[in-house]
Design a binder for this molecule. Structure first.
Ligand code: FBP
Length: 540
């Protein structure tokens, strides 16, 4: 990709680092964390001794310290998220500061690059070109999983032949679960390569008491919010369209909620609430039709409705249908043109009825192959179109006197590779620097965590938290397996509560709030997802 003026300008920005990570000498401080017995059994080597979290503190500078060059490998895993390049830049600049002969290797196209030994040494020109730029094109990403004994063995062989001190896995919940399994395998086989994870995903669902937010979320939400704001201005100008905007974010509705708080739409669905209330598809259509009728009485034939892409999986009867489809598909192999008819014969009567009720385009999307981690490809299910069609039918049935003219949008891929916000630039660079420090200090099976993100970057803190402490046990394909649990929207948390308190006002009086494009300079607002810390919500 040819650099343009904006790209050239952004590559000159040197990301801010927390003061702590700028120090030459750091002491580590460890603290034991409890891990449940089942997980300890699954990771006997990582849990052989006490499982410890690590934090850093300033140490006395020692001019006599002799440092050896470090050799680190890195991999981008799963979907793109803005800032991934900066994690790599952070690792690189940190190890070069430590020793000019240090080397960084990028495994290509995701985890497959590790077990097939496809890598590239990353040098100054590549690093400088990709600094502060979106995309994962420096080394590309992939959704492969390191699964079989052979793949683990090969991964170990390539890391050993490269004499790697460490491997940084930049990925989401599934990829970091895989990183933990790799760390365990390496320890079991006396391999010296540490494995460190970095929290990536625009979905925002890799979040727990240790990880405040995953990177890429901020950029994605601010990119979508700019587009939503533009649509809002368009619709209040023409006053003739309802815009149904589906937003990416596989299962959790963090993106939809964050965008709703930024832009104040007519309505935003939150999948977790739909699940809790067991709201059916028909009830959603009834609610939307009521809202449209009520607005018509106020002389409003326009609106902006946000639909999280994971909504479909949260609707009770659809959830049951998807579960049945998953089980049937796992047990049967059919030619693609026979799947629909064969599935119908094996579903329960309720699910079979629902599948036949849905427009064929939607039911075909529900039957698409699952991704390597078993997830339904919700990015390909056009829920916004389904809702528009069903609302149209319902309004006709009601003999609605107004005009319902709806336009569908999907904002997904356009938010994953944007130029990262200043927050994501600084955050990712710090994650990379911290990962390199954790490796230098020989910690393995830990997640690089940067905390206190509501403060200025110079005041952020750094830590390494054991991945085993983030694990839960789930049954997948009939087997108990460890997984990092996805964080869903907290319906008792301050963000959802604020939305809930305000949404009826926003639904009938247009309080649209177009935020404009991402600003790279000046005052910065971190994502609300870090629990609204340090941010005053403005009531309207
Ligand atoms: P990760 O969990 O790997 O970060 O990917 C998230 C995501 O962007 C989802 O929001 C979306 O549903 C999915 O990836 C799309 O996957 P693909 O890139 O394979 O189409």
């Amino acid at each position: 990709i040819q650099p343009n003026n904006f790209h050239s300008l952004r590559t000159k920005y040197q990301p801010e680092l927390p003061q702590l990570l700028q120090l030459d000498e750091l002491d580590t401080k460890t603290e034991t964390i409890q891990v449940n017995a089942q997980i300890r059994e699954m990771f006997p080597f990582l849990c052989k001794e006490d499982v410890k979290a690590v934090t850093f503190q300033a140490a006395n500078a020692n001019e006599n310290t002799i440092r050896a060059p470090l050799r680190i490998g890195c991999v981008l895993s799963g979907g793109q998220a803005a800032g991934g390049h900066n994690v790599i830049v952070g690792i690189y600049e940190q190890i070069k500061r430590r020793h000019p002969n240090s080397q960084l290797f990028g495994f290509l196209k995701g985890p497959i690059g590790i077990y097939s030994g496809k890598y590239e040494e990353l040098k100054d020109d590549t690093i400088n070109y990709f600094k502060n730029r979106g995309g994962f094109d420096m080394i590309q990403s992939g959704r492969h999983k390191i699964e079989t004994e052979e793949q683990f063995k090969k991964s170990l062989q390539y890391c050993q032949s490269l004499k790697l001190d460490g491997l940084v896995v930049i990925g989401g919940d599934d990829s970091n679960t895989n990183a933990c399994l790799l760390a365990e395998y390496f320890l079991k086989n006396n391999c010296q390569t540490s494995v460190v994870g970095c929290p990536k995903t625009i979905d925002g669902d890799l979040k727990n008491e240790f990880v405040e937010v995953s990177f890429g979320f901020d950029t994605a939400c601010k990119t979508y919010s700019e587009l939503i704001g533009n649509i809002m201005l368009d619709t209040v100008s023409s006053k003739k369209y309802y815009h149904f905007i589906r937003l990416m974010g596989r299962s959790a509705s963090h993106i939809a909620l964050e965008c709703a708080l930024l832009t104040r739409p007519t309505w935003a669905y939150i999948g977790e609430e739909v699940e809790k209330n067991k709201t059916s598809l028909i009830q959603i259509v009834t609610q939307l039709s009521d809202l449209i009728e009520k607005r018509y009485k106020q002389n409003k034939n326009h609106g902006v409705i946000l639909v999280p892409e994971g909504l479909i999986e949260f609707i009770d009867e659809v959830k049951i249908l998807i579960k049945e489809i998953n089980t049937i598909l796992a047990a049967n192999k059919w030619e693609s043109d026979q799947v629909y008819n064969n599935i119908l014969t094996k579903l329960t009567p309720e699910s079979s009825k629902l599948l036949q009720f849905l427009p064929r385009s939607i039911s075909d999307q529900l039957l698409l192959d699952r991704d390597p981690h078993g997830n339904v490809q919700v990015a390909k299910i056009e829920t916004e179109k389904l809702l528009i069609e069903m609302v149209k039918v319902e309004l006709q049935r009601r003999k609605y006197a107004g005009k319902f003219s709806a336009i569908s949008h999907y904002y997904g891929y356009e938010g994953r590779c944007a130029f990262p916000t200043k927050f994501d630039c600084d955050y990712c660079y710090s994650l990379g620097v911290n990962a390199a420090i954790l490796i230098e200090n020989k910690f393995t099976g830990v997640m690089s965590c940067i905390r206190d993100l509501h403060k200025n970057p110079s005041e952020w803190n750094a830590a390494g938290f054991p991945l085993v402490t983030m694990m839960d046990v789930e049954t997948r394909k009939g087997k108990s397996v460890p997984v990092i649990k996805k964080a869903l929207v907290d319906l008792d948390g301050p963000l959802f509560k604020f939305y809930q308190q305000n949404r009826d006002k926003w639904a009938f009086h247009d309080y649209y709030h177009p935020v404009g494009p991402i600003q790279f300079e000046g005052e910065q607002v971190p994502p609300f997802l870090i629990n609204g810390k340090g941010f005053e919500f403005e009531e309207v």
